[in-house]
Design a protein around this ligand. Structure first.
Ligand code: S3P
Length: 185
């Protein structure tokens, strides 16, 4: 039971799982939403980095993307077995349908959609996204092609908000509203 909120289900407080492309505000809006809901915030990439003592870019470089995806998959299983957390996932979590299935069992999964142009603006100075940092790659073109490849996966998630024109505040407000609507039925 979440103190004062009335939000509960048999087995505990449902996780709130934020899925979406790079630059969709999962982490910033997720932190704000977690504070408002009184739930613990966790960032999947942050946990993987901490456990490996390496950044995501270093993991991609030294162990490869397939290894990263295995770690991501194992962490989804671990987090989905728990409850009461706001979970910011990495943008590629949708690539394995098992991830969404597992999260959906114990949580409310919300997709944060973002248009390619806005995603580019929000991520263009960031140095920690290995998929956008490959040598000789035009970041904008790479981002557009990745988003095109994943668009149907993101858009298949029924609870979805378009964050493209939203502030972090507005996005957090929407996330909290949807979560409450889904858990206080
Ligand atoms: C990835 C997104 C990143 C991170 C990794 C791969 C992706 O997370 O997990 O670089 O495949 O889209 P963010 O969405 O938090 O940037």
């Amino acid at each position: 039971m979440l103190a004062g909120s009335g939000i509960c289900y048999i087995g505990g407080v449902k996780n709130l799982v934020l899925v979406g492309f790079m630059g969709s505000g999962k982490t910033d809006a997720g932190k704000l939403a977690s504070a408002r809901l009184g739930m613990k915030f966790v960032d999947m990439d942050g946990i993987i980095e901490q456990r490996h003592g390496q950044t995501i870019s270093q993991i991609f470089e030294t162990k490869g993307e397939a290894y990263f995806r295995q770690q991501e998959r194992a962490l989804v299983r671990e987090l989905a077995a728990g409850d009461g957390r706001v979970i910011a996932t990495g943008g590629g979590v949708v690539l394995d349908a098992n991830n969404l299935r597992d999260f959906g069992r114990t949580g409310v999964v919300i997709c944060c959609w973002v248009d390619a142009g806005v995603a580019h603006e929000r991520t263009k100075h960031a140095k920690h996204r290995p998929l956008l940092e490959e040598a000789d790659v035009d970041r904008r073109a790479r981002l557009e092609s990745l988003l095109r490849d994943r668009e149907l996966l993101y858009k298949a998630i029924p609870l979805r908000i378009d964050t493209s024109a939203m502030t972090v505040e507005q996005q957090a407000g929407e996330i909290v509203r949807i979560y409450k609507q889904q858990t206080e039925l």
